[in-house]
Unconditional design. Sequence first.
Length: 164
Amino acid sequence: MENNCTKQIKAQFLFQTNLYKNALLHISDEESNMQVQSNLNPMKWVAGHILNTRLVMMQALTGQGADATYSKLFGRGSSNTIDPNGPTITEILEKWEEVSGNINFIDNLTNAFLFSKTNFQTPIPDNTNLGFIAFIASHEAMHIGQLSILRKLLNKEAMILKKP
């Protein structure tokens, strides 16, 4: 049963799922590996990083979802150099679908849990699980914006905003 907090949280993550998939629409694996400028991350790294962040959130909130491969390749402090043995952009999108299909766990989060202290430190002052979720949502949104810009630098059509 959704409570008032989880309804909005779930809506935000569903919307970001649409944006994520749209940002990667018609991007080949070769294009996703390109570093269009030396000071910008390749699309594959950004996409993998967003996925890894969602996996970390799910692990923190449910005990499931962590993936050592994604953490090593795309986690905090990892290199933005694309590992040729790593997942393809198609595999990243497939993993995203799998993970995002499990977002209904949010419906079961109670207010007591949301307002309890989180085990993760974030750069925001709210140290509750709800604060952790808010940080992850804004972190995802920022990186999806980066994907949108990288699309344009690859001369791809603009993203299409649509409701989930």
